[in-house]
Ligand binder design. Structure first.
Ligand SMILES: Cc1ncc(COP(=O)(O)O)c(C=O)c1O
Length: 405
């Protein structure tokens, strides 16, 4: 392991309100819910190109880290878009288009009809819009094209040209706006009111919660794939999941909690130390916005304002909040690409590895390992949330070409 992990400055906060025995309550079900998951799964599984992404057992790395098992959920091939985000934004777009089509046609509309282009003329004039640091906007653009409407995507100053070009290739109009991710979220809200667009955001804020619930419910399809892919009668003891606004972490937390009850794994939320809004919220025990440039290399995690819905689940269900510096990212991307400890080559983007980096640091730092309850019989799940979604950045960080076979 790179020696840096023994000294990596990792901050840890143990959430006093989370406990394995906490019941999953109706107010949590209002956000993440088994019945709505079943609807999401039945619709998403019918989309062109749906296949569960691989759950990879990294045996060699587990033994090097001194734990029993380590699973890596590899989202690099999800719908050919390269990240788990493909599940959320596109699903929320579909739900909106079905709603509008039903209103216009005055009869129930089958989502499968929109996927096949059957009712597309009814929604062709609809525009969906969002702010993005890359992956969510790509999901919304893909959803708009697949289900037959227009998309306008706002990107902030730090979103790379390569990411913009990818979104444009999926047929969306991209507009660059000043400021950071949080500024672009506020701007799209204003622009949408003026232009009659439907905002399909991956974050929620006071007065805007229904559509982000669909986005998060889309992510639960990934969480549920994991439960089906684990060996029989085997569950992880720990899940390390990286967070931006927290939608992913909350979807995983909520789904596992509802499905597994007290057997659910310990959930550890990991953020960049330059954009740790959930860590700050956990410490304050209320949603807390942090300011500043949020200039982390982990582009998808550069968020200063937690999703209110995500917070409502994580406040009761996330066991630990961690932060780590950018220096952890490139070494872990390289380890995975080079096939660490006899494992397969894994292409992981800069926002995909914070969870694994935190695990590696924890196993190298006895105090942190104790705080997280890691032991030789631990079974750990990490979420490899994206592949090389920005190949130039991947090369800059790792010195490797992502498409090298
Ligand atoms: C690759 C990747 N991983 C993780 C996240 C974090 O998801 P969330 O913002 O829902 O916390 C993002 C967000 O864009 C992402 O792109």
């Amino acid at each position: 392991m790179p020696p840096l992990f023994a000294d990596l400055p990792v901050a840890q906060f143990a959430n006093p309100t989370a406990a394995a025995g906490n019941p999953y309550l109706d107010r949590h079900r209002e956000i993440i819910d088994r019945r709505k998951f079943e609807t999401a799964l039945s619709q998403i599984a019918a989309w062109p190109g749906y296949v569960p992404t691989p759950l990879i057992l990294l045996e060699g790395l587990a033994s090097e880290l001194g734990i029993r098992d380590l699973w890596y959920k590899d989202e690099s091939q999800r719908f050919g878009l390269g990240s788990f985000k493909a599940l959320g934004g596109a699903y929320a777009v579909l739900r909106q288009l079905v709603r509008i089509a039903e209103k216009r046609l005055s009869h129930p509309v089958d989502a499968a009809g929109l996927v096949a282009g059957g009712d597309d003329c009814v929604v062709r004039d609809v525009t969906v819009a969002c702010a993005t640091d890359g992956n969510h906007g790509l999901s919304v653009a893909w959803g708009a094209r697949t289900f037959g409407c227009r998309a306008v995507i706002l990107v902030h100053e730090n979103v790379s040209d390569a990411r913009v070009a990818t979104i444009q290739r999926h047929g969306a109009e991209v507009r660059r706006v000043p400021g950071n991710y949080d500024d672009s979220v506020r701007m799209v809200d204003r622009e949408a009111s003026a232009n009659d667009w439907i905002v399909v955001s991956d974050t929620s804020y006071p007065g805007y919660v229904e559509i982000p619930k669909d986005v998060m419910q889309g992510y639960t399809v990934m969480a549920d794939e994991i439960l089906s892919q684990l060996p029989p009668a085997t569950l992880p003891t720990h899940v390390f999941v990286q967070a931006g606004v927290g939608g992913l972490a909350a979807a995983v937390c909520g789904h596992f909690w509802e499905e597994l009850g007290p057997r659910r794994p310990r959930l550890i939320v990991v953020e960049p130390d330059r954009a740790a809004c959930l860590f700050a919220s956990a410490r304050a025990s209320r949603p807390k916005r942090i300011r500043g440039a949020l200039d982390t290399v982990m582009a998808g995690l550069a968020c200063g304002d937690p999703s209110r819905l995500a917070w409502d689940i994580l406040h009761d269900g996330a066991d630990h909040f961690l932060t780590l510096p950018d220096t952890a990212v490139a070494p872990v991307m390289r380890l995975l690409f080079d096939g660490v400890a006899g494992g397969p080559r894994i292409v992981a983007g800069e926002s995909a590895v914070a969870g694994l980096a935190a695990l590696i640091a924890a196993t190298a730092q006895p105090a942190l390992s104790d705080q997280l309850g890691l032991a030789p019989d631990s079974r750990v799940l990490v979420l490899g949330t994206e592949g090389a979604t920005d190949p130039e950045q991947f090369h800059r960080l790792t010195g490797r070409q992502a498409d090298a076979g």
